[in-house]
Design a binder for this molecule. Structure first.
Ligand code: ZN
Length: 263
């Protein structure tokens, strides 16, 4: 069944619905971007109604100071950044340019570049349209969709309902549809580039993930630890990409990109 589905998806790629991710990976997508943004917006609005937003302005300025150079780099309009009062070591980003960071994570980091690594990773998920990809795969799987179905299009309302229930979960629990390991690795690589190009020290990503794995014992699983590459493989993959990232970091610094954010 799974093989048949993959074949179907491959066939779809020849005809329609396939794009390339920022790292050049072929992706199967069938949700319109506008609809993904709309769902992201709705989920974020609901989260802000159900979860306390921090009143600590130092935290808000700190997180904004770190996120802004990265969002400026990726562009695509205005990004909304909210710091939620919650001790979990968590952060997320939603389609439609929405970013949430929890105070627990802000408390944990000891360097601006560590938080930049998380924000870069989360923005990486959005840039690579991972929610769309997950939802498209789920939808295809659930509906046993045929090639014909993909080409002529599934009724928008059916897609919308599925999407809403998936992002509705995000709103309720503050987590997203779990990402695959491939997507997590991809978000790591994109995040590393983004932080380095924004002038943050990419080596701090290693410190961050090490801290995370030490601190997450017994805690609620944060988004980026959920289906994550095993810690060791994550670190070695970051190391494999570090030389290039350091070069980008030095170029950014030389061109005057020197973020200086403190709590
Ligand atoms: Zn992630």
């Amino acid at each position: 069944m799974r093989n048949k589905l993959l074949l179907t998806l491959a066939a779809c790629c020849v005809l329609t619905a396939c794009t390339k991710s920022p790292t050049g990976r072929t992706q199967f997508m069938m949700m319109p971007d506008t609809q993904m943004s709309e769902m992201g917006l709705q989920a974020f609005t609901k989260l802000k109604q159900t979860k306390p937003v921090t009143t600590n302005s130092r935290y808000t300025s700190y997180v904004n100071c770190i996120a802004q150079p990265i969002t400026q780099l990726v562009g695509g309009g205005v990004w909304e950044i909210v710091v939620f009062e919650d001790n979990s070591l968590n952060a997320f980003a939603l389609p439609g340019n929405k970013i949430g960071v929890y105070t627990g994570l802000v408390n944990m980091v000891t360097d601006q570049s560590q938080l930049a690594a998380v924000i870069g990773h989360e923005i990486g998920h959005v840039l690579a349209k991972h929610s769309n990809e997950r939802m498209s795969q789920e939808t295809a799987m659930n509906q046993g969709m045929s090639v014909v179905g993909a080409v002529v299009g599934v009724p928008q309302t059916a897609l919308g309902q599925l999407g809403m229930s998936a992002l509705g979960m995000a709103a309720e629990y503050g987590v997203l549809l779990p990402y695959s390991r491939t997507q997590e690795s991809e978000a790591d690589i994109i995040g590393l580039r983004l932080m380095a190009q924004s002038g943050f020290d990419p080596r701090q990503s290693l410190a961050l993930w090490q801290k995370m794995s030490q601190a997450s014992g017994g805690q609620e699983t944060p988004e980026f630890m959920s289906t994550h590459p095993a810690n060791a493989s994550r670190i070695s993959e970051l190391n494999n990409n570090m030389a290039g990232a350091l070069q980008q970091y030095q170029q950014a610094q030389a061109s005057g990109k020197r973020p200086n954010c403190s709590k």
